[in-house]
Design a protein around this ligand. Structure first.
Ligand code: ADP
Length: 238
């Protein structure tokens, strides 16, 4: 079943169209990896879905509801941004507690398994302003997963994470897919895309060039490596 539908979505920043006329449907129980060169519109697409940026054209439906001014739909979405802005004087523990209340979760309903798995349990007294980039990413990951979201959106989630933590976060995303969740992830790492993607959305200069199953991308170009398949597919449009 469809969980997210983009219809003719475009976003203009002054004279620049960061997204152009994007039609796309994302389903339950799939991981879609959003790829494309720097500046191709990946983050803008995600921000439109989250209501952080209002599309200039078109509309987005989430679980049957057209996104409007009411942010209520975002409760079903877990979000791990590329760069998190945290209040620097709060500790990790205080932030987790505060965000639990904001999200209407209780200690019992919040899934805080990642706190332990990512090695944050002993660091709860650390101030957010003093954390390394990687540790901030881990806190972000905890926040994204803890409400057991039906839709999970992650922008370059493994950037700055050590390989073991990156694996832990991606395994969690895969588990969410098997529970019927819809997972959208932007990534620059093609090996990561190959390992996890059910479908690939390729953006170029704001245009969605294709949204295809990984296997189709590989088969159409007659190779088993995405790094070889992409140039072929882009030279010979679908
Ligand atoms: P990506 O995530 O693929 O790197 P972005 O969605 O961040 O791409 O950006 C797409 C284009 O929109 C880029 O040319 C970027 O400079 C521009 N852009 C993004 N955000 C803004 C903004 N707030 N104001 C003006 N231009 C922006």
């Amino acid at each position: 079943m469809d969980s997210i539908i983009f219809s003719g979505v475009g976003k203009r920043y002054r004279s620049l169209w960061a997204l152009r006329d994007v039609d796309a449907t994302f389903r339950r129980g799939e991981v879609v990896m959003v790829i494309g060169p720097n500046g191709s519109g990946k983050t803008t697409l995600i921000k439109c879905l989250l209501g952080l940026v209002r599309p200039t054209t078109g509309s987005i439906q989430v679980e049957g509801q057209v996104i409007g001014p009411d942010p209520g739909y975002r409760r079903s979405i877990g979000y791990m941004p590329q760069i998190s802005q945290f209040p620097p004087s709060l500790t990790i523990g205080q932030l987790l507690e505060m965000m639990r209340d904001v999200r209407g979760l209780t200690p019992a309903s919040a899934d805080d398994g990642l706190v332990e798995e990512l090695g944050l349990a002993h660091q709860l007294d650390k101030r957010l302003g003093a954390l390394s980039g990687g540790t901030r990413q881990k806190v972000s990951a905890v926040l994204a997963f803890r409400s057991r979201p039906r839709i999970l959106v992650m922008d370059e989630p493994t950037a700055g994470l050590d390989p073991v933590s990156a694996r832990t976060v991606l395994d969690r995303a895969a588990a969410l897919r098997s529970e019927g969740g819809t997972v959208l992830i932007t990534s620059h790492l093609l090996e990561e895309v190959e390992a996890l993607a059910d479908r690939i959305a390729y953006l170029q200069e704001g245009t969605l060039r294709f949204l295809l199953p990984l296997n189709d991308v590989l088969q159409r170009s007659g190779t088993d490596r995405l790094a070889l398949a992409l140039p072929k597919l882009l030279a010979d449009p679908v």
